[in-house]
Design a protein around this ligand. Structure first.
Ligand SMILES: Nc1ncnc2c1ncn2[C@@H]1O[C@H](COP(=O)(O)OP(=O)(O)OP(=O)(O)O)[C@@H](O)[C@H]1O
Length: 481
């Protein structure tokens, strides 16, 4: 039955355009024309005006207002990142800007929230030493100590990439540094953690065993007042078949019907030339982008990021998505790495092609270049892309800032870097997929089956860790959602 629907589905998409754009968007005009910056509504107010928060999302915000510690999870595209932005704003209203520290396990995720990496916030270096050594390191570091003591709330995004050992060490450091608050877990800090453990696990050297997921830490259960799993998938809301397939892949399962669907994505579909290629390994990404750029004939335009702040913090900017050096030619496939205009769908992940370059109005140089790129996005919109800022903020201090054109070459990107993105069309080469959750992360970026192309796919590459399965079963009272 499912297979029958699937076949008619594919003939349907063959007749229609191979691209798919969400038309049932819940967004209304986010800003009223003519309003100055100071009149803009808060993010949360705008969010609730333009989109309907689900009951689960509202429940999280209510808990935040009550100063509860919350773990937010859910499959890819259920709005964790979207909600985190509202959560951060609510926390700042509750505690004041200076008491809220926004962190994430990776530079990419930290930059997306204008925060810092968890390691750099904590002042524990790589965090490899034992907990007592790390504590004395923090106590000897005035700045790190002050941050821990000033913190009223700490946000950690992409928790799936933090190991259990590190989480326990940080909880120990927080409790000891803030001993005047009693012996409370995390020294009484309100903790808001988000992530999906079915996605990528902590990065480790090749062959090195997993040290344990964060939920295996000793402090996990006592760290939260509330653990919420978001269940409404927004990203694939127009494609029930893909939503259903992804739920199985997430659990590491693939039945006969879903296998057939994925096989059709491998062989029977004409390749969309605009599809982003996803590779498990960075070297393949670089090779592909360099090769494709070289094949173009036009003049090479180079944009060098304008950075400010201390060198140690600038390093984190390099871990983010905005490149230090961006080279473009007419014809280059590019992707936005920042939301530029949500109403016009110029959002993080929107792909397009460079069609020309134009002189900027007033400014003479844009990131070292005299012209700005003009991009024709796949939605049909063509526009000059202006530089944007990325900041590393801790509490209320801006530690570093990068100005760069918000584009990356997008013939190819790595599966690690695409975690968090929404893509219209992708081609994933899964032949060298090596880790738990990797296939799921790659597949769950796309909005519809029409935009999904696979190569190197084998069912054994779909892997979910048994401990993760167990954790979610416990979270749902024995039931998998
Ligand atoms: N309540 C909502 N109403 C409408 N759209 C929403 C809502 N919440 C989130 N979205 C939209 O759903 C899409 C996916 O959200 P988001 O990227 O936050 O998901 P995610 O759970 O963080 O995904 P991933 O785990 O893959 O990073 C975004 O386009 C976001 O704007």
């Amino acid at each position: 039955m499912k297979l029958k629907f699937m076949c008619s589905y594919f003939s349907f998409i063959a007749v229609c355009s191979s691209r798919s754009y969400t038309t049932k968007t819940p967004f209304r005009t986010p800003f009223r024309k003519g309003l100055g910056r100071s009149s803009w509504k808060s993010l949360e107010a705008r969010a609730s005006q333009t989109v309907c928060l689900t009951d689960e999302q509202s429940m999280v915000l209510d808990a935040i207002a009550k100063k509860q510690s919350v773990f937010i999870t859910g499959s890819g595209g259920t709005g964790k990142t979207f909600l985190m932005n509202c959560v951060i704003e609510r926390l700042r209203r509750v505690h004041g800007k200076g008491g809220v520290f926004v962190t994430a396990s990776t530079g990419v995720a930290a930059c997306a929230l204008n925060g810092v990496t968890l390691h750099s916030f904590a002042g524990v270096g790589l965090g490899l030493a034992d907990k007592e050594t790390l504590l004395s390191r923090v106590l000897a570091n005035d700045w790190a100590c002050r941050k821990w003591r000033r913190a009223k709330a700490v946000v950690i995004d992409e928790i799936s990439m933090v190991d259990a050992e590190l989480l326990d060490k940080l909880e120990f450091v927080a409790r000891k540094v803030r001993h005047e608050k009693g012996d409370k877990v995390w020294g009484g800090i309100q903790l808001v953690v988000a992530g999906d453990f079915f996605q990528l696990p902590p990065v480790r050297a090749r062959g090195e065993a997993l040290k344990g997921y964060a939920f295996e830490s000793m402090c996990w259960d006592s760290s939260f007042d509330l653990q919420v799993e978001l269940t409404k998938v927004f990203r694939q809301s127009d494609d029930a078949l893909l939503t259903d397939l992804l739920q199985s892949v997430r659990r590491g399962e693939i039945d006969h019907d879903n296998m057939k669907i994925l096989k059709l994505c491998c062989f029977d579909k004409e390749m969309d030339p605009s599809a982003v290629r996803l590779y498990p390994r960075i070297r393949d990404v670089k090779k592909m982008n360099d090769k494709m750029l070289q094949e173009l004939n036009g003049e090479l335009m180079a944009y060098t990021a304008v950075d400010s702040g201390a060198d140690s913090w600038k390093r984190q900017l390099n871990e983010g998505l905005a490149p230090e050096k961006l080279e473009l030619r007419i014809g280059a496939r590019v992707m936005l790495i920042k939301n530029v205009n949500v109403k016009s769908k110029l959002v993080n992940g929107a792909a397009g092609t460079v069609t020309g370059f134009t002189k900027p109005y007033k400014t003479r140089l844009i990131c070292g270049c005299s012209v700005m790129p003009i991009v024709k996005f796949d939605s049909g919109l063509e526009m000059a892309v202006h530089p944007e800022n990325w900041e590393v903020i801790e509490g209320n201090t801006v530690l570093a800032r990068r100005q760069q054109i918000p584009l990356v070459l997008a013939w190819a990107i790595s599966i690690h870097k695409c975690q968090g993105m929404t893509l219209d069309s992708l081609q994933a080469d899964l032949s060298s997929a090596f880790d738990y959750g990797m296939v799921y992360v790659a597949l769950s970026r796309v909005k519809s089956l029409a935009g999904l192309h696979l190569s190197g796919f084998e069912p054994c590459k779909i892997k979910a860790h048994p401990k993760v399965l167990e954790f979610y079963q416990r979270l749902n009272g024995g039931e998998m959602s």
